[in-house]
Design a protein around this ligand. Structure first.
Ligand SMILES: NC(=O)C1=CN([C@@H]2O[C@H](COP(=O)(O)OP(=O)(O)OC[C@H]3O[C@@H](n4cnc5c(N)ncnc54)[C@H](OP(=O)(O)O)[C@@H]3O)[C@@H](O)[C@H]2O)[C@@H](O)CC1
Ligand SMILES: Nc1ncnc2c1ncn2[C@@H]1O[C@H](COP(=O)(O)OP(=O)(O)O)[C@@H](O)[C@H]1O
Ligand SMILES: [K+]
Length: 546
């Protein structure tokens, strides 16, 4: 699991160490220079003679970068430090100079309190950076205010962004965070320099995990500088396969299909059966005990308010589901969790009635439920966190507008966490906001950000598969969810991980269909369980034999 902490939490973890004279900056710089050496070796074999341009802001982030530059210069790297503000970290500047680094400034008399640093232009600095092996971005760290670098630093970032990227261009290594991101909220509004690698100190920062800023972080390497963050509350978490293995319901010898969880599904319409097929099929393939697919009451044969027949013939929609997945059971019955709404057309009155009946039943029984697509508009004003909403950005904006918040899709995309959190506050539900990086907000302040799938996953029906996976998980862990509704957010994040990984597995590096993602689920779950669940399953198996 990758955990992240806000700037304020990191600062308060630093304080006692700094007061005790612990050389945090030296530790950070040493680790940073080690990462740059690794990049240089991978890129060109030799370190000596490599060119590194260090971008230096006014604060300690620039100090880290300058000290790392000094260490690199001592290894024979040609280091050019470009200071971008009226002041620069004095100790770092002195170290870089005495190690033989060249120092220039974008600000006349800048960087060095007017001690005669040669000035350069934004164009010249950008040109030097473009010709370097590595650009070390030490413009802004956790002390950045607002999003986007301003002033000369901002101008340089803009110029670097204009430089066309090529495979021969420099590797950009961000110091602590890519300069200019919203460190705590993941916003990415102004001038931000995207990195290939971010070397972050003490613990990751939320903006490295949260969309849209996470797209600027590249690979994230967390460096231990001795901060004690164990007792501090993380802001955002990202699950790894081993975390998902620990969450996944694995059967043992005593398991039977009902004990493993039965999932009720209301999805699709007779006109659009695809969502029903994909959602119910994904739940089966993710390993649920049983799927009950709920068809509509046969028109004209049942009075409003009557119970549905326990085993109606189900009509063409159920026939389509059964043709694809004969394992599915059609009809009403006891379930441990629900998936409601994928592909349900609100203009189909019979389907909408079935949906609202099931939604009412799920909410009044307190059962875990995935509320997706067509069901989002039917959500009661308040529900518990065992209900998971799974909107994409447009659907979340609509849900918020329906609750009096004037929000457009673009605003949700610019600040996914803020809006997902708002929807959680307003509805009480756990919210899984789909996108390139999926954000989950749940009970007790839980926040997850999962970036597991390829962009190929943005394909019709993909969300229906995700809903089925999550439904299977909720059905399988319904007992634990009843005891701890906070678990729902972790399960939602786990579903997003498996969904994304299944897309990679379905066709590595190429296009996928939603059906192919669903078909890849059994192998994906097996691979994820292999992270530590192989051992777990073996233990469960042994226990079962006793
Ligand atoms: N504490 C420690 O010992 C350790 C800290 N560590 C390192 O320190 C980093 C934090 O350092 P920090 O606090 O000095 O903040 P940092 O981000 O470098 O600069 C902030 C300055 O930039 C300016 N500025 C602000 N916003 C701006 C904008 N949008 N656009 C342009 N300029 C802007 C503003 O200056 P002003 O403009 O007001 O003069 C502000 O004062 C941290 O990320 C890590 O790398 C590690 O060494 C581990 C030990
Ligand atoms: N650029 C992207 N990269 C990776 N995953 C994406 C991207 N865009 C969307 N996704 C994922 O694809 C799925 C799309 O779901 P959704 O919008 O509900 O599609 P549909 O309604 O067609 O099923 C979500 O799980 C989302 O997280
Ligand atoms: K930085």
């Amino acid at each position: 699991m990758l955990l992240s902490w806000t700037s304020a939490v990191v600062r308060s973890a630093e304080e006692p160490l700094l007061a005790a004279g612990v050389p945090l900056m030296e530790r950070a710089a040493f680790a940073l220079h080690g990462q740059v050496l690794r990049v240089l070796r991978a890129r060109r074999g030799r370190v000596r003679g490599a060119r590194v341009v260090v971008l230096v802001g006014s604060g300690n982030n620039g100090g880290d970068a300058l000290h790392a530059g000094a260490l690199l210069a001592r290894r024979g790297v040609q280091v050019t430090a470009v200071t971008c503000a009226a002041r620069a970290h004095a100790g770092g500047l002195a170290a870089a100079r005495s190690a033989g680094a060249r120092v220039v400034s974008l600000v006349a008399g800048g960087g060095d309190g007017g001690r005669g640093v040669p000035t350069t232009t934004v164009e010249a600095a950008a040109g030097a950076a473009a010709g370097a092996d590595v650009v070390l971005d030490g413009l802004l760290g956790i002390g950045a205010s607002g999003t986007g670098a301003r002033g000369p630093a901002g101008a340089l970032v803009e110029a670097l962004r204009q430089t066309p990227r090529s495979p021969h261009g420099p590797v950009v290594v961000a110091v602590d965070v890519p300069s200019g991101i919203g460190v705590d909220d993941g916003t990415c509004g102004g001038a931000v320099l995207p990195a290939d690698l971010t070397v972050t100190f003490g613990g990751a920062k939320p903006g490295l995990l949260l969309p849209p800023a996470d797209a600027c972080a590249g690979d994230v390497v967390v460096v231990d500088i001795g901060l004690d963050l164990a007792a501090a509350r993380p802001a955002v978490a990202r699950l790894a396969p081993e975390d998902v293995a620990a969450l996944w319901p694995v059967p043992d010898r005593h398991s039977h299909k009902y004990a493993r969880g039965v999932l009720g599904v209301v999805a699709g319409t007779p006109r659009y059966p695809g969502a029903a097929v994909l959602c119910a099929g994904a739940a089966v393939l993710a390993g649920v005990g049983m799927v009950r697919f709920v068809p509509d009451a046969p028109t004209g044969r049942v009075d409003p308010g009557d119970e549905l027949p326990p085993h109606g013939d189900g009509g063409p929609l159920a026939a389509a589901v059964l043709a694809a997945r004969p394992e599915v059971v059609v009809g009403q019955g006891r379930v441990q969790a629900w998936v409601l709404g994928p592909g349900v057309d609100p203009h189909d009155h019979a389907r909408r009635r079935t949906l609202t009946d099931a939604l009412d039943a799920a909410v009044s029984d307190g059962l875990p439920a995935v509320v997706d697509a067509g069901a989002l508009d039917q959500l009661p004003p308040r529900v518990g966190p065992q209900v998971v909403l799974t909107p994409h950005a447009g659907e979340l904006a609509r849900l918020l507008r329906a609750r009096g918040e004037p929000v457009e899709r673009a605003q949700v995309e610019a600040e996914p966490l803020r809006h997902a959190r708002r929807a959680h506050e307003l509805t009480g539900a756990t919210v899984l906001l789909k996108g390139p990086t999926t954000v989950v907000v749940g009970a007790g302040g839980a926040v997850y950000a999962q970036a597991d799938g390829p962009a190929w996953l943005a394909t019709a029906g993909s969300g229906d598969v995700l809903a089925g996976i999550l439904g299977a998980l909720l059905a399988g862990r319904s007992q634990e969810v009843a005891d701890d509704p906070g678990l729902v957010a972790a399960l939602a994040a786990a579903a997003a991980l498996v969904h994304g990984r299944a897309a990679h597995l379905a066709n590595p590096g190429g296009p996928v269909t939603a059906s192919a993602v669903a078909e890849a689920l059994p192998a994906t779950v097996a691979a994820v369980l292999g992270a530590n669940g192989g051992a777990r399953a073996a233990v469960a198996e042994r226990r079962g034999r006793r």
